[in-house]
Write a new protein. Structure first.
Lengths: 189, 318
């Protein structure tokens, strides 16, 4: 299958050169899927649903592809849809009685955990192992993780994140700042 | 901790590997969408939102009945037809009422001692009198929002009035009250009815609880997800209540075509919303099938210092 870059994809149902319809659209996703999965994973932290959310996001994108006018990059547009879909999922989950956000792939905080992080040293040294990183990020709110992922992992500006998330720039800045504070304190609010 | 270090955190805790058949499943799903389009039935082109008649009196009048099942199924063309029909009926009935009033006056003049004659109702309309044009219904589908309304406290009943001028049930028991807590800044729940009384708009709002026992669970995270920095009110007190809507309030309404096509665009980008003042948007709201089968519309609200609703955000889900 031909792999098409975001530059080649110009929106609408006119996929790229040599690619049309679903096949062409899927081909255009190859370049972006890693980043998009990273975002969805950052938000939901639930290995059981990541693939489903990705598929749902792509279905939504494909259904509304006519609305993609090319003003933003395809990746940015897809990030918007994936982020919204992941947040939708969190909201749906939060509406189920007895199912709290904390159980969405995240163990509840245990007293004493993160103390070493909070005490400094290890984070600044950048020596957290994978499990510790999972634990620490899991202490953030889903939205905080998503916004941090945009700014820290993807390098988006606050303005870009504001456009993607539908929040104001100031709100994005404050939420990101709050998330960083929580990381500094070992996940405690 | 800088962005680079945080980026490393995400790298260290990256997503799980894709499931077997991941791409094939996606391709199949998208191909199915192609098939739907080719069939032309699964995803139909929804009606365009009517942006032409935003300020008509008719639309404002119909605020009273927005939760009527008939209105749910109205499209723009249908609403115009019904409006014309209702207006004609109203004019005829008003004429009949005027003639009857004239006869009643003549009777009183002829026999002022006759107490058996009902006195003409000369009282000024009650502050809670609800102007309403009752559209003729061709369906008998029950509505579920009535149950919610009847569970309301003081202002639970909004019977509305008949367009024929019949005296029955034109008031709600007790005036509408602002039931927002003094420090309320953000709320989340179901919009069950819109009412206009003496030029003042009110919403009937069913606040959801934290524990999910009275609708979707309201959490701080949900509040953030709804696009608000403001935490939900701590004094939950779920249940139906009435809030006044500020004249300058803004309504963010999901565009129906997007909602239908994407399904779940409740947290969609701003461009998925048609936004405007309540003056402009309430008529639009009436035409966008706001009640999704549950007899209400999921919304979030923002209040100003005067405890009036200044923002209504459509948060419908699939």
């Amino acid at each position: 299958m031909k792999v098409m870059s975001s530059d080649e994809y110009t929106g609408g149902n006119r996929a790229g050169p040599g690619s049309t319809g679903a096949a062409g659209f899927v081909a255009s996703l190859f370049d972006h899927d890693d980043y998009l999965r990273g975002l969805v994973w950052a938000v939901v932290r639930d290995s059981n649903v990541v693939d489903d959310i990705m598929q749902l996001s792509y279905e939504r994108a494909y259904r509304s592809i006519d609305r993609f006018d090319g003003r933003s990059s395809l990746r940015s547009w897809l990030h918007t849809i994936c982020y919204r879909t992941a947040i939708d999922h969190i909201r749906h989950e939060s509406r189920r009685p007895k199912v709290s956000l904390e159980v969405v792939g995240v163990d509840p905080p245990v007293a004493g955990d993160g103390a070493a992080v909070a005490d400094g040293g290890r984070l600044d040294d950048g020596v957290l192992d994978g499990m510790e990183a999972v634990d620490l990020l899991g202490r953030l709110d889903p939205e905080q993780r998503g916004l941090l992922y945009f700014t820290a992992a993807l390098g988006y500006s606050y303005d870009e994140v504001a456009e993607i998330s539908g929040l104001s720039r100031g709100t994005v800045a404050s939420k990101v700042s709050r998330a960083k504070d929580r990381l500094r304190t070992g996940g405690r609010p | 901790m800088n962005d680079e270090e945080i980026g490393r955190l995400f790298e260290q805790s990256g997503p799980p590997p894709r499931r077997p058949g991941y791409w094939e499943d996606i391709q199949d799903a998208l191909a199915a969408i192609d098939d739907e389009r080719a069939g032309g039935s699964a995803v139909t082109a929804p009606a365009e939102l009517d942006r032409e008649n935003l300020d008509t009196d008719a639309n404002v009048i119909r605020l009273e009945d927005m939760n009527d099942t008939v209105q749910r199924s109205w499209d723009r063309r249908g609403s115009r037809i019904w409006f014309v029909a209702a207006a004609v009926v109203a004019v005829v009935l008003l004429g009949v009422a005027a003639i009857q009033a004239g006869r009643s006056s003549l009777t009183e003049v002829a026999d002022p001692a006759d107490d058996s004659q009902p006195a003409p109702d000369t009282e000024a309309p009650s502050p809670t009198t609800v102007p309403q044009t009752e559209e003729p219904s061709t369906t008998t589908a029950p509505t579920t929002d009535d149950a919610a309304v009847t569970s309301a406290p003081a202002a639970a009943e909004d019977a509305g009035s008949e367009s024929d001028g019949a005296p029955a049930d034109t008031t709600v028991p007790g005036p509408l009250q602002n039931q927002a807590e003094p420090d309320l800044v953000f709320d989340y729940g179901a919009l069950v009815r819109l009412t206009e009384v003496d030029g003042r708009r009110w919403i009937w709002f069913d606040r959801y609880s934290f524990d999910g026992k009275a609708g979707p669970e309201l959490t701080e995270e949900v509040g953030y997800a709804l696009g608000s920095d403001m935490p939900p009110h701590e004094n939950v007190n779920p249940g139906l209540r009435t809030y006044p809507v500020a004249d300058a309030a803004v309504l963010h309404l999901i565009e129906r075509d997007v909602y239908d096509a994407v399904c779940g665009g409740d947290t969609g980008p701003e461009e998925w919303y048609t936004s405007g003042t309540v003056e402009e948007m309430f008529p639009l709201l009436l035409q966008t099938d706001p009640f999704d089968g549950t007899g209400s519309m999921l919304v979030s609200l923002v209040f100003d210092d005067d405890n009036e609703v200044v923002e209504i955000r459509d948060n419908r889900l699939c």
